[in-house]
Design a protein around this ligand. Structure first.
Ligand SMILES: NC(=O)c1ccc[n+]([C@@H]2O[C@H](COP(=O)([O-])OP(=O)(O)OC[C@H]3O[C@@H](n4cnc5c(N)ncnc54)[C@H](OP(=O)(O)O)[C@@H]3O)[C@@H](O)[C@H]2O)c1
Length: 271
């Protein structure tokens, strides 16, 4: 199978590497600054540099456009007509509505929202399907996405909140870990490095507990002794944390709506 990627920046480069490393597809890439694509091909076997965006579009089964929104519209106008109904056109640009994508091409269109965690072959990759995807088409595409991540299909109206959880999520989690390490260091009892070491290992092993089948409620119940010190800490967190996350989702939603309303398509505004 042939996967094409146009735009080999942070997301496109990561996806190209992940698919090429998974070893089930040949990956054809094109980037506006050609050296970036050439460097990728030098690093990873199975990545091939195409001569133009049109070439990638012509010769691949699945095409991913991973440019910024501001570059995406012009590009889609250049390649949309080349694509056949049997091909898949997916984009990481969240701000272009699926219905608009369908006006550019006869291909089956989807939005995909990758996450930086795919650089370590893990995590969820969100996908939202346009109207031309049949059940078997979706199965095929999720098998392609499944080579590099856990695909999770959502409606277009769910993309914002789900992207907060999966794609922005690593940044939100890093920010929380950072703030916690800073606060622990402020006690004056441990160094910043020690705090980061301890929190990171606690974080990853708690994630492993969840993956082993324990729920958040299970963990809370097993760690919290009534009247103990964990309960004191939880009393501090409760309420405040919920409020912070409610505010976070409200504000990201408002930000997206605002950007889409002001400059709907070739806006240059990223989510
Ligand atoms: N970063 C994230 O965590 C994340 C997560 C989910 C979705 N997204 C979305 O994914 C898209 C890409 O994000 P990014 O962070 O990967 O951006 P990026 O690092 O700026 O990469 C964009 C790439 O597209 C290339 N490009 C622009 N116009 C092109 C054209 N006409 N033909 C070929 N290549 C072209 C750029 O080439 P040059 O080298 O010439 O600049 C650049 O390498 C954005 O729409 C973003 O909102 C990002």
């Amino acid at each position: 199978m042939r996967i094409g990627i146009i735009g080999t920046g942070s997301m496109g480069g990561m996806l190209a590497k992940a698919w090429a490393t998974a070893g089930k597809a040949e990956v054809f890439v094109y980037n506006r600054t050609p050296e970036k694509a050439r460097e990728l091909a030098r690093q990873v076997p199975r990545i091939h540099v195409a001569a133009s965006a049109q070439d990638v579009a012509r010769f691949t089964d699945v095409l991913v456009v991973a440019t910024r929104a501001s570059d995406g519209r012009v590009l889609l106008d250049q390649i949309g007509d080349i694509l056949a109904p049997s091909q898949v056109l997916a984009t990481t640009i969240s701000t272009i509505p699926l219905a608009d994508l369908e006006t550019c091409t006869r291909a089956k269109v989807a939005k995909i929202i990758p996450s930086i965690v795919q650089s370590v072959q893990s995590g969820v990759l969100l996908v939202s399907y346009g109207s031309r995807f049949s059940g078997p088409d979706q199965e095929f595409f999720e098998s392609v996405l499944g080579q590099i991540a856990l695909p999770f299909a959502v409606g277009e109206d769910q993309l914002r909140v789900c992207s907060d959880l999966t794609s922005c999520g690593p940044a939100f989690i890093a920010s929380i870990l950072n703030a916690w390490a800073e606060a622990a260091t402020k006690t004056g009892r441990i160094s910043r490095g020690e705090a980061e070491f301890l929190i990171t290992h606690t974080f990853t092993s708690t994630a492993n507990l969840f993956l082993s089948g324990l729920s958040a409620a299970d963990v809370l119940q097993r760690v919290t002794v009534p009247g103990g010190v964990t309960e004191v800490g939880l009393d501090v967190l409760d309420g405040r944390v919920r409020e912070v996350f409610e505010d976070l989702h409200t504000q990201t939603e408002q930000h997206s709506r605002c950007k889409s309303a002001v400059q709907p398509l070739a806006s240059g505004q990223e989510s």
